[in-house]
Design a binder for this molecule. Structure first.
Ligand code: NAD
Length: 309
């Protein structure tokens, strides 16, 4: 029997309808969400993501502001831009898009964000809250992976809150924005969690672990990394990877995931495609976090104004 192909676009439509309702509810209580993105340089994917977010935010009625800085920008100017957004009451969510050029260290930049506007939970306080199992914001990509999984479990007769208890969840990739928070979310659900990064691959040990997966989440940025011989029958696969690979003449490209779809789908219980899987859900989730940010700021939850007076 073939795998169920999980329709991320349908999941995203449902989430978007929910977002409309959430926006109406927060507006009626006086909050006013606004999302700002910061892009440094000319990275094609970052600019494409910024445009997609603008379209989505404007379509659902959330303010959107794009800050664009040149690739050779000084660190001080980036900090000034972040400071301006931190101080702007009309902005309730700030997204710093990657990649950053070499003169800008993520470790130095992220702590300058107002943690109450840090919708991707990259500020050390928010990452710490996530790791502790009490997140303020759940970063959009891992949040989407687990939202999709919950939806699939529900539709196949399993209770999402308990479906992962005692199951083996294998995560491939260990980035701050995807892999690590996905580990924390899986731990919170009572799963046995294995995380592999490029070193597991170079040690020739990746398949040893991916074969143990009941649920496999792959976020490595390596096209076709996971093949059918690396998974066990009945695995549920979430492919986060988005990779542009050559597609015929004329420099055309097509988008593929980190999973070799055909061979893995022939063994899996269910699988997300690329495109049309995690991506569409992630965008909606980020705007949702911006709405949450407006509520957090309006009610001054837990740690007050930033930086402290
Ligand atoms: P990243 O480069 O920050 O991290 C990649 C991680 O994968 C690292 O931990 C690295 O060690 C590991 N890795 C790389 N090659 C590997 C290999 N051969 N075997 C095992 N591990 C390997 O990337 P990221 O930001 O986490 O993104 C990962 C992928 O997910 C990219 O393709 C990116 O475009 C995609 N992405 C998709 C969405 C979405 O909404 N679908 C959102 C964010 C990122």
């Amino acid at each position: 029997m073939g795998a169920t192909i999980i329709d991320g676009t349908a999941v995203s439509r449902e989430l978007r309808a929910r977002l409309h309702g959430e926006l109406d509810a927060v507006r009626s209580s006086g909050a006013d969400p606004g999302l700002a993105s910061v892009v440094v340089g000319d990275d094609y994917a970052a600019h494409a993501y910024e445009r997609r977010l603008r379209r989505l935010a404007e379509a659902v009625g959330c303010r959107f502001q794009a800050e664009r800085l040149p690739v050779d920008v000084e660190r001080a100017e980036v900090l000034a831009t972040i400071g301006k957004l931190n101080a702007d009451p009309r902005i309730t969510g700030i997204l710093i898009l990657r990649p950053l050029p070499p003169q800008l260290s993520e470790v130095e930049i992220y702590p300058t964000l107002d943690p109450l506007k840090d919708v991707e939970a990259v500020h050390p306080v928010n990452a710490g809250l996530m790791a502790r199992g009490t997140p303020r914001f759940v970063p959009s990509t891992p949040a989407s992976c687990f939202w999709i999984l919950d939806d699939y479990f529900r539709s196949s007769g399993r209770e999402p809150a308990t479906a992962l208890r005692g199951k083996t969840v294998v995560i491939v990739g260990r980035s701050h924005n995807v892999g690590k928070p996905a580990v924390w979310l899986a731990l919170d659900r009572g799963a046995i969690v294995i995380d592999c990064d490029e070193h597991a691959f170079h040690a020739g040990r990746l398949a040893e672990f991916t074969r143990q997966a009941d649920v496999l989440v792959v976020a490595a940025g390596a096209p076709g990394l996971i093949t059918g011989d690396m998974v066990s029958d009945g695995v549920v696969v979430v492919d986060v990877g988005i990779n542009a690979v050559p597609a015929g003449a004329g420099g055309r490209v097509r988008l593929v995931g980190d999973v070799d779809f055909e061979s893995v789908a022939s063994r899996a219980e269910a699988i997300t495609p690329v495109p049309g899987g995690v991506g569409p859900v992630t965008d909606v989730w980020l705007v949702r976090n911006t709405v949450l940010g407006s509520v957090i700021q309006q009610t001054s939850l837990d740690i007050g104004p930033w930086p402290p007076a």
